[in-house]
Design a binder for this molecule. Structure first.
Ligand SMILES: [Zn+2]
Length: 166
């Protein structure tokens, strides 16, 4: 799902666990994308500026929507942060650095991976055991499937509404 969705998912997790630190949970929930997608965006940016003419914006948007990695580096970065091993490493780091909040931060990070499983397809399908296994579910692409997108947002809206009623 999109970054805003993941951030609000982290907020909902923190709220449900009684934590006042909603922003930290939001940051942990978007960490897989922030850490894992930068090489993809950088490589596509470099590809777009190489194309002559005045079409950078269109070309860049087209390349980002391609849903295909440029090579092994951007693929490895993305998949490393979207795996259970990446989540375990993140959790260990949070345990050391933020011992009072590591549970909420770890669950927020893990929520990102679980949400991405049914909402990504193709190259970006979540490989939860990467790099040891390529096993994955053929989900649907949230950016091209409006029904899926609205369903997930509606579910989150209901959860947020219920959380803020109590
Ligand atoms: Zn993601």
């Amino acid at each position: 799902m999109d970054v805003l969705y993941h951030a609000l998912g982290g907020v909902a997790i923190a709220k449900s666990m009684g934590s006042p630190d909603l922003l930290a949970a939001a940051a942990a929930a978007i960490a897989p994308d922030i850490m894992g997608i930068i090489p993809f965006y950088s490589i596509k940016f470099t590809e777009a500026i190489r194309i002559p003419g005045n079409t950078f914006t269109q070309t860049y948007a087209h390349l980002l929507r391609s849903n295909k990695f440029a090579g092994t580096w951007d693929m490895a970065a993305y998949r490393s942060t979207h795996t259970l091993y990446g989540a375990a490493f993140f959790s260990l780091c949070m345990f050391v650095v933020f011992p009072d909040q590591w549970r909420i931060l770890s669950i927020s990070y893990l929520s990102h991976i679980l949400i991405d499983i049914p909402t990504h397809e193709g190259d970006f399908a979540t490989r939860i055991l990467y790099p040891l296994s390529d096993i994955h579910i053929r989900g649907l692409n949230w950016s091209t499937n409006l029904k899926l997108f609205l369903f997930f947002w509606l579910m989150l809206a209901v959860i947020m509404f219920l959380l803020w009623q109590t």
